[in-house]
Write a protein that binds this ligand. Structure first.
Ligand code: AMP
Ligand code: GLY
Length: 412
């Protein structure tokens, strides 16, 4: 079977690698891919629907949210091509924070209290306590969320969102501030049922100890100890899948719940309608089941009825290497050295923002550049192996967090 993976990040490289491990020996195509994906898949160009038809693709796996929100899955289904990923109606769970809240309310899913506002003054009036959580409605690549410590910063952030239109949002959501540890729990969905993947945690801030601005994610690990996965899926993912089916927009693909494990139990911070990045880089190397069979089954109504997922007992730790200036900016063209050396170590290196320059060298081409994942018998061993490989890779301005999964070690 031919499988087309749409996207160009570390998540997509991890998907390509895991699909290659399928016993079905699929031929993998990637669009647009990156310099690392090019070594593991055939890069194709053009409109994904046209490519899928021309190539006789048996499954399209859509990595990022933007094409899903824009209706790529609907177009593929319309062309009779199986697709892993929700239609635009169900992708609104990520595309609109207000819509996600409305669905959670209807489905009785625990989440932070919230209200939606179209003006700065209305939003300010709704804040009853600090820190205040302010979210621009719409897709903002993880950067549309501000945790404002006081009135001055809240007003400035709201002006940026609603007056300067920094994220193109028409409204903002003012949300209750939740406290606790975060958890990423992803479930594969076939329109009717949600089947849990292993629990993971990601690290959103740029700096050690969760300091500095939010990023797309600087590292991850899986599994997370002490999490009742089945209880969370029953309380969160399944009711949402049921509600979406009731509304005639069944959810196919992966429903990613970003959760806060509060003293009152898990509460949803956000939904994503695609695999997490960099959670996927830590999750998939632990998956012992055939990813291709699972993704293909999720495309069919009730296709996951018989599905199970087997996971390696090992812990996986992923460390992201970012380019100079990230997350405010990023620097392209810095030559990356040591990739062969890292590959010889016990680590899996997936590419995110990389490209091949005119001299054939692999260079930085974006904010998050590479992901270094290692497995170990516990978090300590996995960390050691991941950081050993991260250390031998070098480029000017390389940034990494030193504390990925450090706390997971203490928890054991
Ligand atoms: P989001 O883009 O909605 O995932 O938010 C990005 C990050 O902001 C989350 O991963 C949390 O660390 C933080 N955050 C978002 N909403 C809340 C909330 N209600 N309470 C506390 N932290 C939050
Ligand atoms: N790791 C956060 C995200 O994928 O949105």
């Amino acid at each position: 079977m031919k499988v087309l993976v749409v996207g160009s990040g570390g998540r997509e490289h991890a998907l390509v690698r895991a699909l290659r491990r399928s016993p079905q020996n699929p031929e993998i195509l990637a669009l647009p891919g990156n310099a690392g994906i090019a070594a593991d898949a055939r890069i194709v160009e053009g409109d994904p629907v046209d490519v899928a038809i021309a190539e006789g693709v048996g499954l399209v796996v859509v990595g990022p949210e933007a094409p899903l929100v824009a209706g790529l899955a609907d177009r593929l289904v319309g062309a009779g091509i199986p697709v892993f990923g929700p239609g635009s109606g169900a992708a609104r769970l990520e595309g609109s924070k207000a819509f996600a809240k409305e669905i959670m309310e209807a489905a009785g899913v625990p989440t932070a209290g919230w209200s939606e506002h179209a003006t700065v003054d209305d939003a300010m009036a709704a804040i009853d306590r600090y820190p205040a959580v302010l979210k621009a409605d719409g897709l903002a690549a993880g950067k549309g969320v501000v945790i404002a410590p006081d009135e001055v910063e809240a007003r400035a952030a709201l002006r940026e969102m609603l007056v300067d239109q920094r994220f193109g949002a028409m409204s903002v959501v003012v949300e209750e501030h939740l406290e606790g540890e975060e958890l990423s729990l992803l479930a594969l969905c076939d329109g009717r049922r949600a089947v849990a993947m292993a629990p993971a945690r990601d690290f959103k801030r740029i700096g050690d100890g969760d300091t500095g601005p939010n990023t797309g994610g600087m590292g991850s690990f899986s599994p997370v100890a002490g999490v009742d996965v089945d209880a969370i899926v029953a309380a969160v993912h399944q009711p949402v899948v049921d509600e979406m089916a009731r509304r005639g927009t069944p959810f196919h693909g992966v429903l990613y719940a970003g959760l806060m494990l509060t003293a009152d139990g898990p509460k949803v911070i956000e939904f994503n309608v695609r695999f997490g990045d960099p959670e996927t880089q830590a999750l998939l190397p632990r998956l012992r089941s055939d990813l291709l069979a699972l993704l293909r089954a999720a495309a069919d109504d009730d296709g996951l009825a018989e599905a199970t997922m087997e996971w390696d007992d090992a812990t996986a730790v992923t460390v992201v290497l970012a380019s100079a200036g990230y997350p405010a900016t990023s620097r392209n063209g810095d030559v990356i050295r040591g990739l062969e050396k890292a590959a010889a170590l016990r680590a899996e290196v997936t590419h995110a923002g990389t490209a091949r320059d005119a001299d054939g060298e692999i260079v930085t081409a974006g904010g998050r550049v590479l992901n270094v994942t290692a497995l170990g018998v516990d978090a300590g061993a996995a960390r050691e192996a991941a950081y050993a490989a991260a250390e031998v890779i070098d480029f000017d301005g390389k940034q990494l967090r030193r504390d990925i999964a450090a706390k997971a070690m203490e928890n054991r």
